[in-house]
Design a protein around this ligand. Structure first.
Ligand code: C5P
Length: 219
């Protein structure tokens, strides 16, 4: 019905940062709050979808009606995403760490001598690009991009590189990361839209509305 346009659809969402351990007490992470991804999960559930939200370490309550899977590392996030397939729609909002420590020490690394210990990094899997090539690729695959300049141009390049259907590009040149509002461009094969600066829940509602319209037109 009109109020539940995503009824019967499985929507898979990643949100938040990932946390990559160096030793039992230290880690590599980033400033993602998870707020935009959680708002999208809430909006999709309100639109009637079955929502799986794979969340990195964040301080946010689970939105009503959402099935939440908590993870820490990029590799755990990837495994949880694959375990949640199939999905009709996937929205990869998480700020996944590009690198992890090549070795995760069993014991706390001790200060010794004068030189700091070397930190070797290893590349993390690209969860979004992996989904684009997966045999169970979701019919609508949406990525996010945090940009500080040439937003549309960088986002369109990312759309091609990642093999997804849409890129939601954030202008993070201001205080967007961790903030209340978001300023986004929506880049698709058909064209692009620039949305005015809006509260994150409103960006989420509009994005879900656009998804609902697209899904309905295709079926
Ligand atoms: O390459 P970049 O990190 O800018 O791409 C951002 C998009 O790719 C986001 O949708 C993010 O969730 C996704 N991503 C991912 N796995 C990674 C890196 C990014 O799913 N390892």
């Amino acid at each position: 019905d009109a109020h539940r346009p995503l009824h019967g659809r499985h929507v898979l969402i990643t949100a938040g940062p990932t946390r990559e351990p160096i030793d039992p007490v230290r880690y590599i992470a980033n400033r993602s709050s998870g707020r935009q991804g959680f708002a999208i999960a809430a909006a999709a559930a309100e639109a009637g979808a079955d929502v799986t939200l794979v969340a990195g370490p964040v301080h946010l309550p689970t939105p009503a009606g959402v099935m939440r899977v908590d993870v820490e590392t990029a590799r755990e996030m990837e495994a949880a995403v694959h375990a949640a397939l199939p999905a009709d729609i996937a929205i990869m909002v998480a700020a996944v760490a590009d690198w992890r420590a090549a070795e995760n020490a069993d014991q706390k690394i001790k200060k010794k001598g004068d030189a700091p210990p070397p930190l070797k990094l290893a590349e993390n899997p690209d969860i979004l690009a992996g989904l684009a090539n997966h045999k169970a690729r979701p019919g609508l695959l949406i990525g996010f991009a945090a940009e500080t300049e040439n937003i549309a141009e960088h986002a369109r390049a990312k759309l091609a590189r990642k093999g997804c259907d849409w890129i939601v590009a954030n202008d993070v040149s201001g205080d967007v990361m961790g903030g209340d509002e978001n300023s986004v461009h929506i880049i698709t094969a058909e064209g692009s839209e620039i949305w005015e600066r809006l509260p994150k829940p409103e960006v989420a509602r509009r994005l879900v509305e656009k998804i609902s319209t697209t899904i309905t037109e295709e079926n």
